[in-house]
Design a protein around this ligand. Structure first.
Ligand code: RUQ
Ligand code: CUA
Length: 663
């Protein structure tokens, strides 16, 4: 420890020395930036050598790009945050489960339709509880093509296309109103996993709480993803019925464990709460027993049974029922220390790291041992639903004491695992064991370092740290509390993302930077190498519909603009280009139904136009090439000036027109 501090001070001193050398001996420009010199600035601002090193490690000069991109859940906003790493600059906020005016998300007909398809019984939802973004994978490695994310509040799953960073599809889970164990993908993105959380009778059904054991159920849904179409295919998707154990985080197996799914649960007590009736509250009731059950699911077998027609339609959706799953060897349980939370598969696929709030250990399961027990039918018994149980000792490799409240684990290429410690407000670094890490020559399964974070960390994200090929280098700690880290902004504080340098396998971790997140509460994030993302500069053709990623039948070229009346319907085909709309006058009669298509005919990068129409609550974002439509009834006579809501050019203010509604 002491040696490390000395080493760091030495490095710091060397860096300062070099900088001072540049300032004094070099040309003036080398050490002096504008009207300051580094030493004086550091002194004036009270920056230590360690601060200067942290700044040098995170600063991305103007015009330069970040090495990594982080996709983080945007919490209750129902959005996804895109953040550059290591600069921690916010690059974009992706609209997913909720309307977003700047992007016109939920204002055009095309985007409204995507949102509407995810409503329960058509009832509007204006928030989402986004939890776990999942990048698409090829052979277990991020491929940068798609992003998925779930909404815990209403059990929804979304597909985002990373060619244009726009949401393409949102699916409402047909069985449940609660999910948490999603989204996670299988190693070639064949399936997007959405696991439930709070058990309930299937959506739309009623059962009294006294019938909890018989009629409340958990579930995991396997959404079939079609990469060519860029869509989930509901007709090829199915679910697995689970006992009402309150399933939690899941992970897909990889390499040796490919084809298997691992999922925690935290209420095998079947506690039903009711503190007001003298029952134990959930927090106590669901923690009575020492063990919960790790769910081990044979997805390949489940898929084969689904394809063989062994499912039952519930709410019109194929479900592999619990009795079939238990009998056919699809589902197995292994005891896990009570109230587990994270379940993370190691890069080699052979270990599953499980940890939870109430046990200071990480429990490491060995997949080879699990598979052997299943093959040999070495079971310790069955649960009340007939599911075979594998004994804890049969499946466990080891347990490591990490600290208080271990939650989530990520990995690096140096044989280290990193686990967030919620209660301790720290991140632990420890060595993995087994063949994959033997080459690193370190003591296996050993805690080696800890770093304090500020405060109450939930998830952590290491660069590519949950795929088969982790990059390491950076770790972002996604902290729930900020307390004293930022200027006071009232009693609701920002949440704090902290960037940590984990690049030195033989030194300590170093805290580099705090990034306040002004919308809570973000959960998971994934960090991908920026050069894996191949996003479009402009849409491929003029008249593009991002909803279908193909040419819109309403897209037009310059010269094809027109207004056509059919009875009480008026249809408008309009173009937008710097700095005018064509046409500029649109006149209808009160009560007409207006269908209005606008195409941005620009081909220049960043030449986005908006379209704002007062009173009718419309704002669109039209990126170069894009076509979007609006539909409304002109229900009030008057004159409505419409205008471009993006400062697109010197004559942007003149980019306007009149929508006239005759009485
Ligand atoms: S759940 S910390 Cu993924 Cu832990 Cu939100
Ligand atoms: Cu177009 Cu401003």
């Amino acid at each position: 420890m002491k040696k490390n501090v000395l080493t760091r001070l030495f490095i710091a001193a060397s860096v300062i020395g070099v900088l001072l050398f540049l300032m004094t001996c070099g040309k003036k420009e080398a050490g002096q930036v504008g009207n300051g010199d580094l030493k004086a600035i550091a002194e004036q601002r009270g920056l230590t050598p360690a601060d200067l090193i942290a700044a040098a490690k995170t600063y991305v000069p103007t015009g330069k790009h970040d090495e990594y991109v982080m996709f983080s859940s945007g919490g209750h906003s129902g959005q996804v945050l895109v953040i550059g790493v290591p600069s921690m600059r916010l690059l974009k906020v992706l609209a997913v489960f909720t309307p977003e005016p700047w992007q016109g998300w939920g204002f055009s007909k095309e985007t409204k339709d995507i949102l509407k398809a995810s409503y329960v019984d058509g009832k509007e939802l204006t928030w989402g509880d986004t939890h776990h973004p999942a990048l698409s994978e090829t052979n277990g490695d991020y491929d940068g093509e798609f992003l998925f994310v779930n909404d815990k509040a209403n059990a929804r799953a979304a597909v985002i296309d990373l060619r244009d960073f726009e949401t393409k599809q949102i699916l409402k889970n047909p069985l449940s109103l609660s999910d948490h164990g999603g989204t996670f993908v299988t190693p070639n993105t064949e399936y997007v996993i959405e696991g439930g959380q709070y058990a309930m009778p299937w959506t739309g059904q009623y059962a009294p709480i006294s019938k909890y054991k018989e009629q409340y159920r958990g579930m995991v849904t396997f959404w079939k993803f079609d990469r060519k179409k860029g869509r989930i295919i509901p007709e090829e998707s199915f679910a697995l019925e689970l006992p009402p154990y309150w399933q939690d985080i899941a992970d897909a197996g990889k390499k040796v464990s490919e084809g298997w799914i691992f999922m925690n649960s935290f209420n095998v007590e079947l506690s039903t709460g009711g503190v007001e009736k003298g029952n134990p509250p959930f927090e106590a009731g669901a923690s009575q027993l020492d063990m919960d059950y790790l769910h081990v699911i044979d997805l390949k077998k489940a898929e084969a049974l689904f394809k063989a027609g062994k499912t039952k339609k519930i709410n019109g959706f194929p479900v592999l029922t619990l009795d079939v799953a238990a009998k056919e060897g699809v589902l197995f349980f292994i005891p896990e220390p009570k109230s587990p939370h994270g379940a993370d598969v190691t890069p080699d696929g052979n270990y599953i790291v499980v940890s939870g709030k109430l046990d200071p250990h990480a429990t490491i399961y060995n997949f080879t041992k699990i598979k052997k027990a299943i093959d040999e039918k070495n079971f310790a018994g069955k649960d009340d639903y007939g599911v075979p149980i594998i004994a804890f000792d049969t499946a466990v490799e080891t347990q490591i004491e990490l600290g208080l409240g271990p939650l989530h684990t990520q990995f690096d290429p140096n044989g280290y695992a990193y686990t967030s410690l919620f209660l301790e407000s720290a991140v632990a670094r420890w060595t993995l064991g087994g063949p994959w890490t033997e080459k690193h020559g370190k003591e296996p399964w050993t805690l080696v370092d800890k770093i304090s974070i500020h405060y109450n960390v939930g998830h952590i994200a290491v660069a590519e740290g949950d795929n088969v090929n982790p990059d390491g280098k950076y770790l972002v700690s996604l902290n729930k509390w900020a307390i004293d880290r930022f200027t006071g902004v009232g009693p609701l504080l920002p949440q704090n993302f902290q960037l940590i340098d984990i690049s030195n396998p033989n030194g300590n971790m170093q805290l580099l930077y705090d990034m306040p997140i002004g919308i809570g509460e973000p959960h998971y994030a994934q960090i991908i190498k920026a050069d894996k993302l191949k996003s479009w500069d402009v849409y491929p053709e003029i008249g593009w519909d991002p909803g279908t990623q193909s040419k819109s039948k309403y897209g037009i070229q310059a010269g094809e603009e027109r207004i056509v009346r059919r009875g009480r319907t008026v249809e408008v085909w309009m173009t937008a280009v710097r700095s005018h709309y064509t046409p500029e006058h649109v006149e209808v009669r009160k009560g007409d139904r207006v269908i209005w298509h606008i195409t941005n005919i620009e081909r220049a990068k960043d030449a986005t136009h908006g379209f704002a129409l007062p009173y009718f609550n419309i704002n669109l974002s039209l990126e170069p090439g894009e076509t979007q439509s609006i539909e409304f009834v002109a229900d009030k006579a008057g004159v409505y000036p419409f205008y471009c809501s993006e400062f697109c050019s010197a004559l942007h203010l003149e980019m306007a027109g009149y929508f006239l509604v005759k009485p």
